[in-house]
Design a protein around this ligand. Structure first.
Ligand code: PLP
Length: 383
C-alpha cells in the first residue's frame, strides 16, 4: 500500500464527486464559451462571498495573482517588498517579476509563518542602511494552512506606511479570530493549483480584496489592459482563469468546508497517535483555525525518519528543503537581516510533511502513526 500524499489529491477528488465534475465539464462544452464567461463570473462571486470579501478577480495562477497585485498597486522598479524565505519560490519570483527587490524575513518556529519581531528588525536595518529601493509592502505567507500573525504584521506595516498583501495559496478557509486568511491585508493572492486545499484540474489563481479600484485595475491588467475590447488603457498581459477551471472550482468550493474539516480530523488523529513519538507536532496559534494544507512535524533526524517511513511505503515530502535565499537562482543576491535567517535554516533541515489529504482514511493515519512511533522505539539508522 502506498499512502496517499498530496500528489494523489486531484485524482481522488475526481473520484469522490465525479458526477458533479462531469456535469460541469459537459455544461461548459455545450455552452460554447471558454474564456471570461458565466462560470468565471459566478466563481468570482461565490469565492468572494465565501471569504466575506468584496471582490475576487481570477487570474491564471497564484504567482500571477501576486505579481498583478504588486503591479496594480504601483509597486515595481525602485521598490522593495518584504516576505519570507521559507515558502514556495513563487512568492519571491512574483516580487522580482513585478520588478521589485525581495527582502527576506525570518519565521516563527512554532507556526512557520513570518515572525513579526524579525519583520520589525529587518525593516529598521533596511531603512537605515539602504539608500536604494524604498520599502513599499509586506507579503506574509499563510503557510501549511496556518494563518500568519496578521494583527501584529498589520500594525507594524501600518506604522511604517507599508501595504500588506497576503499569500493565501495554502490557506483557503483558514482564519484568525473568525476572520478569513486573505481578508486581513490590502489584498490577497490565492492559487488553485491541483493539490491546494481548493484545487482545480490545471493552473489557476485569484486576487481577493475589498479595494474596488485595485480589483478593477487587475481586471484590466489580466486582459491586455483592456478597458473595453481592443482598447488598452494600461500595458497589460494575458492572465485568465478559463471557464472549464472555473466550473470545476465551483464544484470544489462546495466541498471545501467538509474537506477542510476532514483534514482537521486527520490532524487531530495524528496529534493523538503521535503524542509519544520523537517528533515535534504542529500547533495552531490561539484563535487560529488551521486548515492543514500540510501536517508538518519536525525532527533533527529527518532523513532517518523519512527513510524509515519510505521502507513501509509511506511517502512523505519536505516543504521546503532549500530556503529561497539558498536556491541557485537567488543565492548571494537577496537581502536579509545581518542576524541571518536562523529559524528558516532550522526549519529547512527539520520539517517533514506526513501524508495529508481530505481523502485519507482513518486506518491509513493509524498506520503512519504506528510507523513513526516504532521508528522512535527502534531508534535505528541514526543519521
Ligand atoms: C502554490 C503556491 C504559490 C504559487 O501558486 P501557483 O498557482 O503555482 O502559481 C505561491 N505561494 C505559495 C505559498 C504556494 O504554495
Amino acid at each position: 500500500m502506498r499512502l496517499l500524499n498530496s500528489t494523489g489529491i486531484p485524482a481522488a477528488r475526481y473520484r469522490a464527486y465525479r458526477g458533479e465534475f462531469d456535469a460541469a465539464i459537459a455544461h461548459v462544452l455545450r455552452n460554447g464559451q471558454f474564456i471570461l464567461g458565466e462560470q468565471v463570473l459566478a466563481f468570482e462571486r461565490e469565492f468572494a462571498r465565501h471569504l466575506r470579501a468584496k471582490h475576487c478577480v481570477t487570474v491564471a495562477s497564484g504567482t500571477d495573482a501576486l505579481e498583478l497585485i504588486l503591479r496594480a498597486s504601483g509597486i515595481g522598479a525602485g521598490h522593495a517588498v518584504l516576505t519570507v524565505s521559507h515558502t514556495a519560490v513563487a512568492t519571491v519570483a512574483a516580487i522580482e517579476r513585478a520588478g521589485a527587490i525581495p527582502v527576506l524575513v525570518d519565521i516563527d518556529p512554532a507556526t512557520f509563518t513570518m515572525d513579526p519581531g524579525s519583520l520589525e528588525q529587518t525593516i529598521d536595518e533596511f531603512t537605515r542602511r539602504r539608500r536604494g529601493p524604498a520599502l513599499r509592502a509586506v507579503i506574509p505567507v499563510h503557510l501549511y494552512g496556518h494563518p500568519a500573525d496578521m494583527p501584529r504584521i498589520n500594525s507594524i506595516a501600518k506604522a511604517r506606511g507599508l501595504l500588506v498583501f497576503e499569500d493565501g495559496a495554502q490557506s483557503h478557509d483558514a482564519s484568525l479570530r473568525q476572520k478569513r486568511a486573505g481578508t486581513w491585508g490590502d489584498a490577497a493572492a490565492f492559487s488553485f493549483y491541483p493539490t491546494k486545499n481548493l484545487g482545480g484540474f490545471g493552473d489557476g489563481g485569484a486576487v481577493v480584496t475589498n479595494n474596488g479600484r485595485l480589483a478593477e485595475k487587475i481586471r484590466r491588467l489580466r486582459e491586455y489592459g483592456w478597458k473595453q475590447r481592443f482598447v488598452s488603457s494600461l500595458p497589460g498581459l494575458n492572465s485568465r482563469l478559463d471557464e472549464l477551471q472555473a466550473a470545476l472550482l465551483r464544484v470544489g468550493l462546495k466541498h471545501l468546508p467538509a474537506e477542510n474539516n476532514h483534514r482537521r480530523e486527520i490532524a487531530h488523529r495524528y496529534d493523538e497517535g503521535l503524542a509519544s513519538a520523537a517528533v515535534v507536532r504542529p500547533k495552531a496559534a490561539p484563535h487560529a483555525v488551521h486548515v492543514f494544507h500540510q501536517y508538518v512535524v519536525r525532527t533533527e533526524r529527518r532523513h532517518s525518519l523519512q527513510t524509515s517511513l519510505a521502507a513501509r511505503q509511506i511517502i512523505t515530502q519536505v516543504h521546503y528543503p532549500v530556503p529561497i535565499h539558498r536556491q541557485p537562482a537567488y543565492v548571494g543576491r537577496l537581502y536579509f537581516s545581518r542576524a541571518g535567517l536562523p529559524q528558516t535554516e532550522a526549519a529547512a533541515r527539520e520539517v517533514l510533511s506526513l501524508p495529508m489529504s481530505p481523502f485519507l482514511k482513518v486506518g491509513e493515519v493509524e498506520d503512519v502513526c504506528s510507523a513513526v512511533c516504532s521508528w522512535r522505539r527502534t531508534g535505528k539508522a541514526r543519521t
